[in-house]
Each structure stands twice: as structure tokens, then as C-alpha cells.
Design a protein around this ligand. Structure first.
Ligand code: OVV
Length: 402
């Protein structure tokens, strides 16, 4: 990477790196460091957008929705100048006050009380999954664990139709690739998206959703007038979009960490009550959601650099989560660390509305592993999965012993 200190039309240092390339996905950490060191804001010349990679600036952008809006899209596409590829999300791609109405409904559906009702069933499913995998001994921790466990609990909790659930992960891959630039990943994902989109649209209708689930809960909010009947399916769509692949990659990150760092695995085994902390630290360490954009609503100075109105700003959540200005030993996975303040779930008004559900899944699964599994060993080639937003693996062959 070359970093030039000046560029016409910007006072930010410029970089020609492509943070949406396979090469970058393979090893983002060195370049994250270079971007942090270059300055508080960097100009990505390839895409003509500003980017922030330091914790302080990422946190500041996330916490100033008036200046850094979401209603023009949180991907590279600017909805002020182009049509969204799907009707825009009522919660992700809106600003207060519209955002807050939709958010309140999701907050209630995914509340601490709702988590309490789910805990027992989620725990039993985690124990069954771990028992089954111990029986097998050797398996692929991505499809057989990181994907299989969330798929065994979340679609039922949402009340998804039984038929067609194979669309869930492909649909999410489309959504998260869509936030990136018009590269091969995004183009190929969108080219094959139609059947996934059709199934999701149909499944979000009130009549498709099982009683008692998150989906039915969202539709019930139309009866009290909090949202309109036209809005409900779109809000349900947010859970289809963001409810599975995020936790798949969060759990995948945690298992990958625990398999790579035996001293941390030993610590967790000795103290299974650290399961929730071990999951949280994996979210900081790997940052399954790597990036989001905002769009400026006015000219603004970031770290002394002038950014104009109507400009996209790319936030490197993963770089912020390893910024040595904020974290001690940032590149160490340490389950005893104080992780609070990490931006793996975002921050501010848009901070992950499903974070309690993600943590519940992570906690009960890692807890079951800690109580039942003695050793974890990586026993085959680790393959990465490429996505414009999500960081995670396609394959993690492991062997476990009781
Ligand atoms: C956080 C997130 C990711 C992807 C999609 C959505 C939300 C949505 O609201 O559709």
C-alpha cells in the first residue's frame, strides 16, 4: 500500500487499498494498522470515499446520527442518487425520528424478558448439538456447528415457515455483500438473489409466521398502531436479513479463537461461567461485521480534516476494535478482558437490536462446549468465506474429545 499525504480535493491522506478485495479479506490486520496510522481520516482513492479506522473516530461517527446519517444507505451506494436494490430497511436505513418507531417494536420483541423465555430451550438445543458432535468426534465447525446451531434455534424463535429455510443464509449473504462496492462479490450475489428475495418476502407476511415468534410479535404491534400493517413485513425482513449470518459468524469466530488459543480454552473449561465473556471477546477480536458506511448531512471536520456534505464515510469496525490507542494487547484474544465499548455490535442509536439474542446463543453454546468438551484441535485446512461486510470462515475442520 502507498499512502500519499496529499490528494486534490481532500486534505486526508490517501490510500489506494481495496478493503473489499479477496487479498484484503485474507489478512486485513496489517492494512487496518496502516490505515489507523495514516491519520484520523483516510481518503480511499479507489472508491473516492473517506474512511475512519481509529476507535475514537469510528465511535464518534457512530454516535452522531445527525451528521452521519443512515437514511442514504449504510453501504457504498448513496440512496440520494440511486435506487436501493430492495425496499429500504425501516430500521437500518432510516434516521430518527422515523427510525425510533421501528426500533421500539424490535426492542420489545427482542427484550430481556423475551430472552428469558428462550434461554431454557436454547440451552437444551446447545447441549444436544455438542453431544451429537462429540459423538462424531471430527467435523467441520462452520456448517456443523456455527451454522447448524443458530439454524436449530433462530428460525423457530422467529416463527419462519419450515419450507424453504435453505434460503436464509444465501439471502443474508446477498444483503451483506450488497453494502459493498459494485465488485464481483456483489454482482454475483445480486444476480442469483431473486429466489431468495421471493421466499423471504412471502415468509414475512403475517399469515406465514408461526404464533408466539418474533415475527408474530412484530405483526401484533400493528394492532396497537405502533407500526402500520404495510410496515410489519419489512420489519420482519430485518430479522431474516440480520438474524442468522451474524450469529453464525460470531459463533464461528469464537470457536476459531478457542481452537487457536489453548490457554484461553483451558481458562474457559476451568470456568464455564466465562462463556458470555469469551463470546463477546470473539466479537471484538474478529469483528464478524467488519464495516458499515454513513453519509454526511453537512460539511464536517473529522480529526482536523474537512469532509463535505453528501459524502460516504466508511467505518472500519474491526480496525477500531484492535486500535492500540483504545485497547491493551489488542491482537490478543483474552476472555478475561474488559470488552465493554467495543464496536462489534456498533454503537449509538443503531447499535445491534439483536445483541441480547446473539449473546444468548453464544453464551449457551460456548457454555455447553466448556462443560462437555476436553480438547479442540484443528485437523484440516481452514478456508475463509468472502463477503463485502462479514468476516468469517467457510470451513474449520476440528476434532473434539470428551
Ligand atoms: C444490521 C442489519 C444488517 C442487514 C440488514 C438489516 C440490518 C435490515 O434491517 O434489513
Amino acid at each position: 500500500m502507498s499512502i500519499a499525504r496529499t490528494v486534490p480535493g481532500s486534505r486526508a491522506p490517501a490510500s489506494d487499498v481495496d478493503p473489499f478485495s479477496i487479498e484484503f479479506f485474507e489478512d486485513p490486520h496489517r492494512i487496518h494498522g496502516e490505515l489507523r496510522e495514516a491519520g484520523p481520516v483516510v481518503w480511499l482513492s479507489r472508491y473516492r470515499v473517506h474512511a475512519v479506522a481509529r476507535y475514537a473516530e469510528v465511535h464518534a461517527v457512530l454516535n452522531d446520527w445527525r451528521t452521519f446519517c443512515s437514511s442514504r444507505g449504510v453501504g457504498m451506494d448513496d440512496y440520494a442518487t440511486g435506487k436501493p436494490w430492495r425496499p429500504r430497511s425501516l430500521v437500518l436505513e432510516t434516521d430518527p425520528p422515523e427510525h425510533d418507531r421501528a426500533r421500539a417494536v424490535l426492542n420489545k420483541v427482542l427484550s430481556p424478558a423475551a430472552m428469558k423465555r428462550l434461554r431454557e430451550g436454547f440451552t437444551a438445543a446447545a447441549e444436544r448439538k455438542v453431544d451429537e458432535l462429540l459423538e462424531r468426534g471430527s467435523f467441520d465447525a462452520i456448517p456443523d456447528l456455527a451454522e447448524a446451531y443458530p439454524l436449530s434455534v433462530f428460525p423457530d424463535a422467529l416463527g419462519m415457515p419450515q419450507e424453504g429455510r435453505e434460503h436464509v443464509l444465501p439471502y443474508a449473504a446477498v444483503v451483506f455483500n450488497s453494502f459493498g462496492p459494485d465488485n464481483d462479490l456483489r454482482r454475483e450475489a445480486l444476480a442469483d438473489a431473486a429466489p431468495h428475495m421471493a421466499w423471504v418476502a412471502e415468509s414475512c407476511q403475517r399469515g406465514s409466521l408461526a404464533p408466539g415468534g418474533f415475527g408474530a410479535g412484530i405483526h401484533a404491534a400493528t394492532d396497537t398502531g405502533e407500526i402500520t400493517p404495510e410496515e410489519a413485513p419489512l420489519l420482519v425482513r430485518s430479522l431474516f436479513s440480520a438474524g442468522v449470518d451474524t450469529t453464525v459468524n460470531g459463533i464461528g469466530a469464537a470457536v476459531y479463537c478457542l481452537a487457536r488459543f489453548p490457554d484461553q480454552w483451558r481458562k474457559l473449561r476451568a470456568e464455564p461461567s466465562l462463556a458470555r465473556a469469551a463470546f463477546e471477546e470473539a466479537v471484538r477480536f474478529e469483528s464478524p461485521v467488519q464495516t458499515f458506511f454513513r453519509t454526511t448531512t453537512r460539511p464536517v471536520e473529522i480529526g482536523g480534516v474537512e469532509v463535505g456534505e453528501g459524502e460516504k464515510v466508511l467505518m472500519f469496525l474491526g480496525a477500531a476494535n484492535r486500535d492500540p490507542r483504545r485497547w491493551e494487547r489488542p491482537d490478543e484474544y483474552d476472555i478475561a478482558r474488559r470488552t465493554s465499548g467495543h464496536v462489534g455490535f456498533g454503537s449509538g442509536v443503531h447499535m445491534c437490536v439483536g445483541q441480547l439474542l446473539a449473546r444468548l446463543e453464544g453464551e449457551v453454546l460456548l457454555g455447553a462446549m466448556a462443560r462437555k468438551i476436553d480438547s479442540i484441535e484443528i485437523t484440516g485446512p481452514v478456508r475463509r468465506r468472502y463477503n463485502n461486510t462479514l468476516r468469517g470462515l467457510a470451513s474449520l475442520p476440528i476434532t473434539v474429545e470428551a
